[in-house]
Design a protein around this ligand. Structure first.
Ligand SMILES: C[S@@+](CC[C@H](N)C(=O)[O-])C[C@H]1O[C@@H](n2cnc3c(N)ncnc32)[C@H](O)[C@@H]1O
Length: 278
């Protein structure tokens, strides 16, 4: 066997053992995640901690819970922004919102909400459309630190210019600055915006459904999952959606073909918006 290939195999095995150790010791289940991105992030942590191998990292996290916290931060891809992919929010405004008026009460679940920008964007959009009062938005994420930040809702004021441009491209009807109070370097949502939003920790890999929703958004999250975990999460979403409810995925994500045919109709293929058939 060529020695480099042998080394690579050993690293693959070390990675599997590390994932098992994380699960058994801390209940952190990354076993269903796509390996390429996991491997890259874990290598970064090995380098940052000045360790020689993934096995050394395993030993460290087994004995030092603080190292596990750092590992979770390395594994968390929490890139997000207000009105990210504005054309999605425009399509949501035009193609989803009109169907929500007939519901007496609208529950929306943003799964993998990171620091909350997506949830606050939706809250703004729904209030402009006159629906916010009838809505309850649930933002969940595996990462408790991110959820805490989302709850606090303090955003970098320096980014508000970029967000304003996104908001306009998303069909915004006023000015984004109307919805935020800027003090020092932070922009916080005006009080009313938080009223119908709940943030909570929820792990898509192990936790079950917690309500029945009219809309579920899970954007730029499942891209990091392996096929089997994706299927399980799709089952969870299907069970958690009301009949005729909407499922919104990220730009680079799509419904497994079988589900797209049998369980959902496509509302907007480009923007990855689907509707549960029955
Ligand atoms: C790239 S961010 C996407 C944020 C937002 N949805 C967006 O599109 O801007 C991915 C988020 O998924 C979360 N995540 C990863 N695995 C998860 C899991 N098993 N359950 C819930 N959230 C998870 C990460 O913590 C991260 O905050």
């Amino acid at each position: 066997m060529n020695p480099a290939a042998h080394e690579l195999d050993v690293e693959g095995l070390e990675l599997e053992l590390l994932l098992e150790a994380m699960f058994r010791r801390y209940g952190a289940d990354f076993r269903g995640y796509a390996r390429s991105s996991l491997r890259r992030r874990i290598r970064n942590m090995v380098r940052d901690e000045r360790l020689g191998s993934i096995s050394a990292l395993q030993e460290k996290i087994l004995r030092e819970p603080e190292a596990m916290v750092r590992l979770l931060d390395h594994l968390s891809v929490c890139v997000t922004s207000m009105f990210r992919d504005p054309s999605f929010f425009l399509a949501f405004r035009q193609k989803v919102v009109p169907h929500l008026f007939s519901a007496p009460f609208v529950r929306i679940w943003c799964a993998g909400a990171a620091t909350g920008e997506e949830v606050y964007s939706l809250a703004i959009l729904l209030s402009e459309e006159g629906l916010f009062e009838r809505c309850r938005l649930y933002g969940t994420d595996i990462n408790a630190h991110l959820i805490e930040k989302a709850r606090r809702g303090v955003f970098d004021a320096a980014l508000m210019g970029e967000y304003e441009a996104n908001y306009r491209a998303a069909g915004g009807k006023g000015s984004l600055s109307d919805y935020f109070r800027v003090a020092y370097d932070g922009a916080t949502p005006r009080h009313g915006l938080k009223r119908n939003i709940l943030f909570a920790q929820h792990n898509l890999a192990i936790d079950g459904s917690f309500n029945e929703f009219n809309v579920i958004l899970c954007r730029n999250v499942m891209i990091y999952f392996g096929a089997e975990l994706q299927n399980r999460v799709h089952e969870l979403f299907f069970q958690s959606l009301r009949r005729k409810g909407f499922l919104c995925l990220g730009r680079r994500e799509s419904l497994p073909r079988a589900l797209a045919k049998t369980r959902y109709e496509t509302v907007d293929a480009e923007e990855r918006i689907y509707r549960r058939r029955s």
